[in-house]
Design a protein around this ligand. Structure first.
Ligand code: PLA
Length: 450
């Protein structure tokens, strides 16, 4: 290998500044002496754009305006705009810290069993026949993203028709990361209509007709509740119709649930769609995140579940699937992180803490619902052109405001308000101190760009 001259970045501390004459000379010399020797030239590794959501968070942080408002990433904030450590999580944390047996050993490959079993119950309901018939296999993952990824990897390897991967249908729009996760493992993706720009509600007819016309045995990704980014969920009746189409077409449901308990404040209600599909006898998979409902964002706690359809060999199928999931997990992350898993597991396994968690969930969802009401009524009070009922009709962490990219840009430039360019706002970023400021800013950009 050719030896390279030392670069200025590795110079000794005394000459480390790149602006010293010596380092500048060295820099020039480096450029002249060494033609590019990389195996990764720009045509092979082009400069990628920064992740839009995390880029937004960075720009917000760098903004020193006292009025700035962060409506970007979907993370809960309290009425002071601060991250909220759930009181029940603090208690579980105490339990861990007071446990003389606690250590930092590896978890098993499939994760903390006390968590994964309760996590499955939380989704399917304690009395679910799928559980008693041993038709569920659960693996702890790196939060919801890791769960979607593990599911994608499993399907890429094992779900094929005539040797080829099936296309996965995503709602239009969907969580931006879905596209990357599935295409990274070679699963082709397509879209089904979801959001109706006119009504700012569900394009149910479009959704149904695309799913009914998709090739049999396609994979369909469904947001279990609190759809990201639109905040629009099918009604229970609409879920029944969707299930009937998937059944008819032999499609494979892939549920992503990142907001259970966060949407309505009621854990059972937010699991309604998943439970209905399981009752209907589907074989399906579920990616579950504990980031939002436990406020364990950075701890990366989540689970992936496989549910077999009822059949005489279902328990056997489940065991085989579990054995392959274990191999995929071992090669990807070996075993999942322990800390967030312990926190969630302590809460899920203790009836008193569980009840307190439900209270904490109602605090979060209740504050978000009250912000929806406040925002809508302020916009209506101001007479802001347009209809604003969708703000309160939509549910969960996000609202899809209908603001255009140009309006979003103006909000950022003129008012220091940060949101994704598709017009999505994280409702949790609003509070009693800034909701009026936001409403007035929206009023101003809507009027000026009419
Ligand atoms: N699935 C959906 C539908 C999500 O919205 C998110 C997070 C995840 C999975 C993954 O979350 P996790 O890996 O942290 O468990 N969406 C966020 C954050 C909140 C993000 O994009 O990473 C969002 O602002 O859209």
């Amino acid at each position: 290998m050719a030896s390279r001259p030392p670069s200025h970045t590795t110079a000794s501390p005394s000459s480390s500044s790149s602006s010293t004459p010596l380092s500048r000379l060295q820099n020039i010399a480096n450029h002249m002496a060494s033609p590019s020797v990389t195996s990764f030239p720009p045509d092979a590794v082009p400069q990628a754009p920064e992740d839009p959501l995390f880029g937004l968070a960075r720009a917000y942080k760098a903004d020193d305006s006292p009025n700035k408002v962060d409506l970007g990433i979907g993370a809960y904030r309290d009425d002071n705009g601060k991250p909220w450590v759930l009181p029940v999580v603090r208690k579980a944390d105490e339990v861990i810290r007071n446990d003389p047996e606690a250590n930092h050993e590896y978890l098993p490959i499939a994760g903390l069993a006390a968590l994964t079993s309760k996590a499955a119950e939380l989704l399917l309901g304690t009395g679910s026949p799928a559980l008693s018939e041993k038709r569920v296999s659960s693996v702890q993952t790196i939060s919801g993203t890791g769960a979607v990824h593990l599911g994608a990897l499993f399907l890429a390897k094992f779900y094929k028709v005539n040797g080829a991967n099936r296309t996965l249908y995503l709602s239009n729009p969907t969580w931006a990361n879905h596209n990357q996760i599935f295409s990274n493992v070679g699963i082709p993706t397509a879209q089904y209509p979801y959001f109706d720009k006119k009504t700012k509600g569900l394009d149910f007819e479009g959704m149904k007709s695309t799913l009914a016309n998709a090739p049999d045995r396609s994979i369909v990704l469904l947001h279990a509740c609190a759809h990201n980014p639109t905040g629009v969920d099918p009604t229970p009746e609409q879920w029944r119709e969707i299930a009937a189409i998937l059944k008819e077409k032999n499609h494979f449901p892939f549920f992503d649930t990142a907001y259970q308990g966060f949407a309505s404040g009621d854990l059972d209600r937010d699991a309604g769609a998943i439970r209905y599909f399981v009752e209907q006898g589907f074989e399906l998979v579920i990616a579950q995140s504990f980031a939002k409902n436990f406020g364990l964002y950075g701890e990366r706690a989540g689970c992936f579940h496989y549910v077999a359809a009822p059949a005489s060999d279902a328990a056997n199928t489940t065991t085989r699937v579990a054995s392959q999931l274990a191999i995929l997990q071992r090669s990807e992350i070996s075993n999942p992180p322990i800390y967030g898993a312990k926190i969630a597991s302590i809460v899920l396994n203790d009836p008193a803490l569980f009840a307190e968690w439900q209270e904490n969930l109602r605090t979060m969802s209740g504050r978000i619902i009250s912000m929806r009401e406040a925002l809508r009524s302020k916009l209506e009070e101001l007479g802001t052109p347009g209809q604003w009922n969708h703000i309160t009709d939509q549910i969960g962490m996000f609202s899809f405001t209908g603001l255009s990219e140009k309006q979003v840009q103006k909000l950022r430039e003129d008012f220091h308000i940060y949101m994704t360019k598709n017009g999505r706002i994280s409702m949790a970023g609003l509070n009693t101190r800034n909701v009026e400021y936001f409403a007035k800013a929206v009023d101003s950009v809507v009027r000026s760009t009419e």
